[in-house]
Design a protein around this ligand. Structure first.
Ligand SMILES: [Zn+2]
Length: 304
């Protein structure tokens, strides 16, 4: 028989890979961002600690967004603070498209003696995670305090405390700031099968085993752009009876801003409101903070 050439198309960057460990009642996602991350960061000129923070947030947003069952749904992660260096962080996901930005105080950041801790960046902050389901127009929001050493830890707390789902969340960001990856592992389906939600026990032996394996993952592996996600999955769980591959979702930078869209939003304001926004040249300037773009809208064009 003639040898057949098999072309490997396993994704290693800009993808989310879903998987399940059926015998352990566990499922998860692996995400790695490369060019998409560079494109998002290129729209801003963030100092390293802020770029690192946004990279972490984008990986988490992709991990959570990829769990949406409804393909048109949107996931938004927002971190807000009281008196932190960072005032606001927003990242969202819709159908594989990611975007995000950070509003922060550059002077206070520069005054930090070393790399700032999460507490220094956010002060007393909280993280809000919003799931918008397009099909049912259902909206669900969970809010947790921003505690722990990283955003990933705060998201893990969100699942464990608010959702009562035993979860493991890890994120790795490459020092170059151009690659980042993460894993979300959860002990889930018992509740879905209508049984008592015993899985909320964090010491469930099934979960203890899966968590132990998941914890062996290293930040360097998560952020290695040459390591296919399937290979990484195999490294973690090759001794399990069954590792089921679920869908792979391609990820990219995406924003809904355009001159048409922004014009249509401004057109909905009353003439009085528009008059307050317009400058001496008869132009209303609208920013897209995600893209660091300004859309100049001529009031005359709007009314034409
Ligand atoms: Zn935009």
């Amino acid at each position: 028989m003639a040898s057949e050439q098999r072309i490997e198309t396993a994704a290693s960057v800009d993808a989310a890979l879903g998987f399940a460990l059926p015998q352990r009642h566990a499922r998860g996602r692996l995400v790695r961002l490369g060019p998409a991350l560079e494109e998002i960061l290129a729209a801003h000129d963030y100092p390293a600690p802020i770029a690192h923070l946004l990279s972490e947030a984008l990986v988490l947003t992709a991990l959570l967004g990829a769990t949406l069952k409804d393909a048109g749904g949107q996931l938004t992660m927002q971190a807000q603070t009281e008196a932190g260096i960072v005032d606001l962080l927003v990242a969202d996901y819709k159908a594989g498209a990611l975007r995000g930005y950070v509003r922060f105080d550059p002077e206070r950041l520069a005054a930090e003696p070393g790399p700032p801790t999460l507490a220094a960046l956010f002060g007393k902050g909280y993280i809000a995670i919003t799931f918008d389901q397009a099909l049912t127009s259902e909206r669900y929001q969970g809010i947790v305090p921003l505690e722990g050493g990283s955003l990933a830890e705060a998201v893990e707390h969100f699942f464990v405390q608010s959702e009562q789902i035993p979860s493991l969340v890890r994120v790795g960001v490459d020092d170059s700031g151009r690659v980042a990856g993460g894993i979300l592992l959860q002990h889930l389906p018992e509740g879905e099968e209508g049984r008592e939600r015993l899985h909320t026990r964090l010491d469930h032996p099934e979960w203890a085993h899966v968590r132990m394996l998941g914890q062996t993952i290293r930040a360097g592996e998560l952020a290695d752009p040459s390591l296919p996600l399937e290979t990484l999955l195999w490294r973690l769980f090759h001794e399990e009876d069954e590792v089921r591959l679920l869908s792979t979702i391609p990820l990219g930078k995406g924003c809904r801003c355009s001159l048409e869209h922004v014009s249509s939003v401004i057109a909905r304001f009353s003439a009085e409101e528009q008059a307050e926004m317009v400058d001496d040249q008869g132009v209303i300037s609208v920013d897209c903070e995600f893209c660091s773009r300004v859309f100049p809208i001529r009031l005359d064009d709007l009314r034409a």
